[in-house]
Design a protein around this ligand. Structure first.
Ligand code: SF4
Length: 414
């Protein structure tokens, strides 16, 4: 049995062995014997649509005494809720803004959060007592800006199906979920998800230090809709330390959604913890749910999603026939495709939509399928990016190796 203090001393001495979850799983798949002495910390992570993401900020608007208190506020057209503190006559507005709030069909809170972190200038509009006040700000000028999640990193999410004929516009689809049983859309990073790798919550609890959107932050506790079977967590971090490639927004058939990431170090203290870390995709259940009310329909596993499939989308640009209205470009939920079929890898979340929309086969990836009693149902959309989550795990590993991130002991269990 090791202690976190011993592991942290090894990290300080640059003697610790840190593996990403993907590196450990590769060793397990290769049949290598891995013991507690072989690894000190495993970095786990997830990246995808996380609707329970919001920001709390204090935004400068005008000179003191310009207005008494804000009645309404928008950032780049995305509506926020002023308060709770009214900041009477101070010219600043405390606000809460949801990652799922929409300015229009293309742009929402998630896009706004990334633009702020990228250092872009943001338009601020305030209504107070029937008058409008305008300002432009960057994140540097916003004294307080934190992302807070009401829930993220669900241990295992759902594959969604539509059992009936009418297409359903839902946040779980980009072009509308068709039926009956013609496609399924999936979320979750399977075997590298933090909660999947710590089933007894020995490492993940209140006060556990994590990376939220690439920034050092902390777990606050359980998230909304957490249950013993499907736990999730809430967390917070300072937006000023975030990495714009580890967050963002994506279009869905029901408007823009928010992309959020979480990485958690799991210190390998004993055999029980190591055994939890050895779980593989084929042993991670993936419930299949009817998109209407999310009632359970069947159960498959994450081997269907991430086993023998392509995590990264390829582009064969020579196949392009230059259609004037390129369906792949039009439907790409992150606007990652340019006129010459190049994929902006900072924006692309490897969702797979373009592989089904391009009639010339420019965009290629095996997305997998699930087997149901009704037949084989192809996976048409991945709302989590396993490749990016693996990069996030590597980012956390490197920070630990450089002694820029030190794992903490939780203060209380979840
Ligand atoms: S996989 Fe294709 S459709 Fe999806 S984000 Fe990347 S470029 Fe866009």
């Amino acid at each position: 049995m090791k202690t976190i203090e011993e592991i942290n001393q090894k990290i300080a001495n640059k003697e610790a062995i840190i593996l990403t979850a993907a590196e450990l799983k590769l060793m397990v798949r290769d049949g290598k014997e891995v013991t507690v002495d072989d690894v000190d910390v495993v970095t786990t992570g997830t990246f995808g649509v996380m609707s329970g993401t919001m920001a709390v900020m204090m935004v400068p608007v005008a000179e003191k005494n310009s207005f008494e208190r804000a009645d309404a506020i928008w950032l780049n057209g995305v509506p926020a809720q002023p308060g709770p503190c009214p900041n009477e006559r101070l010219g600043v507005v405390d606000l809460v803004i949801n990652g799922t709030a929409h300015a229009n069909e293309q742009y929402g809170g998630g896009h706004l959060f990334r633009d702020l972190v990228k250092g872009k200038t943001i338009d601020v509009t305030v209504e107070a007592h029937g008058k409008q006040y305008e300002n432009q700000v960057t994140l540097d000028e916003i004294e307080f800006a934190r992302i807070i999640t009401t829930r993220l990193a669900f241990k295992n999410y759902n594959a969604l199906i539509n059992p009936a004929s009418p297409t359903i516009n839902t946040i779980f689809s980009v072009t509308g979920l068709t039926g009956p049983f013609t496609e399924t859309t999936v979320s979750g990073c399977g075997e590298i998800n933090p909660l999947q790798n710590d089933p007894s919550h020995r490492s993940i609890g209140v006060g556990t230090r994590v990376l939220l959107n690439g920034a050092p932050g902390y777990i606050m506790g359980k998230g909304t809709r957490a249950s013993p079977d499907k736990p999730n967590v809430s967390a917070y971090a300072d937006m000023k330390d975030m990495n714009p490639t580890m967050m963002g927004g994506m279009k869905t058939a029901h408007g823009p959604e928010c992309l959020t990431s979480l990485a958690v170090p799991i210190p390998v203290l004993d055999e029980e913890i190591l055994s939890g870390l050895k779980i593989l995709d084929q042993n991670v259940p993936l419930p299949v749910a009817d998109v209407n009310g999310r009632t359970a329909h069947a159960k498959v596993n994450y081997g269907n999603v991430w086993g023998g499939t392509d995590k990264v989308i390829r582009a064969e640009k020579d196949r392009c026939l230059h259609h004037p209205d390129c369906a792949a470009m039009r439907t790409c939920p992150t606007e990652a495709i340019s006129n010459d079929c190049a994929i902006n890898r900072d924006l692309c979340i490897n969702c797979g939509t373009c592989t089904l929309q391009c009639s010339e086969g420019v965009f290629l990836a095996r997305l997998g399928s699930i087997e149901l009693a009704e037949g084989t149902v192809p996976i048409s959309l991945r709302q989590s990016d396993r490749a990016r989550a693996e990069r996030l795990c590597t980012m956390l590993k490197n920070r630990i190796l450089e002694h820029k991130f030190v794992p903490t002991k939780m203060l209380e269990p979840l």
